[in-house]
Write a protein that binds this ligand. Sequence first.
Ligand code: NZQ
Ligand code: ZN
Length: 387
Amino acid sequence: MQNFIFENPTKIIFGQGQIGRVGKEVARFGRTVLLVYGLGSIKKNGIYDQATASLREAGLNIVEFPGVKSNPVLSHTLKGIALAREKQAEVVLAVGGGSVIDTAKTIAAGVRADHDVWDFFTYKKSIQSALPVLTVLTLAASASEMNAAAVMTREEGLQKFSIRSPHIQPRVSILDPTALFTLPATYSAYSAVDAIAHMLEPYFNNTEPDSPFQDRLVEGLMRTIMESTEIILKEPANYSARANMIWATTWAFNGLTSTGMGLISLPVHMIEHSLSAIYDIAHGAGLSIVLPGWMRYTLDRNAGKLARLAREIFLISERDERLAAVAGIERLQAWFAAIGSPTSLTEAGIPEEDIDKIAENAAVLAQVWQLKDYSKEVITEILQQCR
Ligand code: NZQ
Ligand code: ZN
């Protein structure tokens, strides 16, 4: 285990009926709140009413900023920054999934910046301060509710880049499992894929060979996410399954599982960001296409760890390491297909001729993220495995 600092200051308020506490929590940080949300799901399922009633009860001035789309875009976020400045918002509340939370985080940092907010995403500038961010989570996947990251697409150049700073880490997040009951089956499945990818990328891409603690954390969380998803797809309003899902996905990407693992990298996420930037497909759907292909690409380098995953998660008894690894990849891909997430570019309607364009887009992010092993040629080879 290598040296590390683990600090996660987000206060979590968990459970049924807890959204009514949001007003008091927000009031600790300011009187005028920018309320960020998406395209309408929270109005249909009553979460908007619960949150705004609580904010009003706490005597807060609410400035609404709706309209965040999935795979959020910079142009809309810039409007949020302008509105927050104009209304002198003191605190930002995100009510939604990863897209809404990431927009709220970017607005919170952008309000305080005297330069183009995109400079944070290209790492030309680092975030020095931000408005406090709080969240009410309605989709369990990104772990943005308990981490310091945000992802955004700049339409010009189709760049989907990310930022990371303790200043944008949510101060408080409310996790009410009943808020997830109305999620469609598609997004319930994509959530599982995303959380699994968040854990498997550091599981495979790290510089620490001795990691039994972290490996078992990942394997335990992964089993929980798979079991919960299978129940949720049959019973969307199963409280226990949604509760396990929301809490497990939060821990899947809040920093814990990669502590002590040395340098980690997220090449599957890097390539997926190009798919969702170019084709606007759901992040989890893109990951279920890229992850198995990437695993096949790394078979020679990663056979031991791939075989371990196959044995621990899919109980594969094959003694030969390579055969076990291959069987594990096939089982994971079959599970993605069984829950309804696409497992090939073709299935998602992305033609093979586009591989060059996707690789070119991803190679730009590889440079920003300093993933030196991922040239355009390497990315092309990986994408060939995802056809
Ligand atoms: O816009 P509305 O109407 O709210 O509908 C949303 C959206 O269409 C809907 N939805 C959310 N909660 C619902 C619901 N529908 C019914 N009932 C509910 N309770 O679900 C759709 C998808 O929402 P979105 O927020 O886009 O999903 P997700 O949470 O998966 O977020 C995806 C974004 O997060 C980024 C992704 O790249 C993508 O842009 N990520 C952020 C990360 C981070 N900040 O750490 C890490 C991840 O790797 C990821 O990259
Ligand atoms: Zn992700």
